[in-house]
Design a protein. Structure first.
Length: 464
């Protein structure tokens, strides 16, 4: 893909409309390309980095909604403005749900309004790109490596963006493996504290006495092995952020001391009689129900209210369906590069199996699954057979029967079996070759897209 990029791609079969749009772009000093068909637009989008697509909804070969659908599978997405003279409320709603930037009616009533819309779309593209790494293998945010495009993830990131500049305590809730530490790092990297330390500690990973001395430090002679004074992590992180992971595992005794840090902004080392002021922002995380723990007397109520000023709840991976493939591809390229293995893609049957698995271990389990598959793969593609039995048990995948002798079957059964095997293999290989692009696969097969999709669903399906 071109690194320089092009500001606009105009797609319309009407030469007058294309002329009008290119005139507007030229007057603003914007770069642009034009084409008249959807397939030509897809070809350009595959090869070049386009920032904004302005397209007629009803193109000669197929609808621009199919371009929008294809863009959902891509990491680097342009903004999309749709145009039409024959709009319906249902179509407009569908376009907005597919993340179209805007929906313009023809003929254009005001040229200034069209230019304003184009400028807004271009500004949004640049704003989003400020937060992206430019890695075409995934929508990866520079501040923390968060990958995804689902609405639930975007809601979390919107909240993170809204609270980064305050010093308010944040409580991150979510199942194990959902990426709570990544969100904590995002809060740090986007805040005014980004040049100060980010210190993370897992409260369940050490006994009470060790956790206390790690957090608050100690003075010489305060216990047997205390040979010298030692700063605690709150002092080390002064000016920055302390991330307390699995805070629900902290004992009531240590909770009292943490409460003092939150209330007074000071710490006292173990064995000391003097307190020291510290300036830290505290971000805590847990997969426990702290409300229930408070009711059972296992967690201090006053500390809970101090921590729960802003609560950010991370959705489990099973509720972020559209992010599973983005994450899988992200981990694939990351791990293959680390292991120096030429594994570049996931087959259709592997993708289908990954999409239907419920991921009880969330993102961490998906990463481990992809690492195992990369290690086991003997070719450039991860196939369903490389996945774990627990994942395959939820999918329709069955190992192929090599050189099956059909002569032992009745003619009709043998013919049906042969046709099924051909269709399954042909569809799988074709969609793999087109990297999951159903529109391109249908065109190469010489079929209507809707009919091709029906055949695809018949032979590449999953259990409910």
């Amino acid at each position: 893909m071109s690194q320089s990029g092009c500001d606009f791609l105009f797609v319309d079969p009407d030469g007058d409309v294309l002329f009008s749009l290119t005139q507007k772009a030229s007057q603003q000093g914007w770069s642009f390309k034009t084409c008249t068909r959807a397939q030509a637009a897809l070809d350009i989008l595959e090869k070049e980095q386009i920032k904004v697509v302005v397209a007629e909804l009803n193109l000669p070969d197929f609808s621009s909604l199919q371009i929008l659908e294809w863009l959902q599978t891509q990491a680097m997405k342009p903004e999309v403005i749709l145009m039409t003279a024959q709009a319906s409320v249902e179509t407009a709603i569908k376009a907005m749900k597919m993340h179209a930037f805007d929906y313009l009616m023809k003929p254009f009533s005001e040229n200034e309004a069209v230019v304003f819309c184009m400028r807004q779309a271009l500004d949004k593209y640049h704003l989003v790109n400020k937060m992206t790494s430019g890695n075409t293998q995934g929508t990866e945010f520079l501040f923390s490596g968060i990958v995804g495009q689902s609405q639930k993830l975007k809601a979390v990131l919107d909240m993170v963006t809204n609270v980064v500049q305050s010093d308010t305590t944040v409580l991150i809730l979510g199942e194990s493996g959902t990426g709570k530490e990544l969100v904590a790092k995002a809060l740090h990297q986007l805040s005014h504290r980004k040049d100060k330390p980010f210190v993370a500690i897992h409260c369940a990973a050490m006994p009470e006495t060790l956790l206390e001395s790690e957090l608050f430090g100690y003075v010489r002679g305060s216990f047997t092995d205390a040979g010298d004074d030692k700063e605690g992590l709150f002092e080390v992180a002064n000016g920055g952020i302390v991330f307390l992971d699995e805070i629900g595992e902290m004992t009531l005794t240590t909770q009292v001391k943490l409460l003092r840090v939150l209330q007074e902004g000071e710490v006292r080392r173990v064995g000391d009689t003097v307190s020291k002021k510290v300036d830290v922002r505290i971000v805590a995380a847990t997969n426990s129900d702290l409300t229930d723990m408070v009711a059972k007397g296992l967690f201090r109520e006053d500390l809970f209210y101090r921590l729960n000023v802003i609560a950010v709840t991370l959705p489990p991976l099973r509720e972020r369906g559209e992010d599973i493939i983005l994450l899988a591809n992200h981990f694939l390229h990351k791990i293959a590069s680390k292991l120096n293995k030429p594994v570049h893609k996931l087959s259709v049957d592997a993708l289908e199996a990954l999409k239907v698995y419920p991921w009880p271990g969330n993102i961490r389990e998906l990463e481990n699954t992809i690492e195992r598959a990369v290690v086991l793969s003997e070719e450039d593609t991860i196939r369903a057979k490389n996945l774990t039995p627990s994942i395959l048990s939820r999918s329709f995948y069955t190992p192929p029967v090599p050189n099956e002798n059909l002569s032992f079957l009745a003619y009709k059964e043998a013919k049906k079996r042969a046709v099924d095997q051909f269709n399954s293999g042909y569809i799988t290989d074709l969609v793999d070759r087109c990297q999951g692009n159903m529109t391109q696969a249908a065109l190469k097969a010489g079929m209507d897209r809707s009919n091709f999709k029906k055949i695809f669903k018949k032979y590449i399906k999953t259990k409910s």
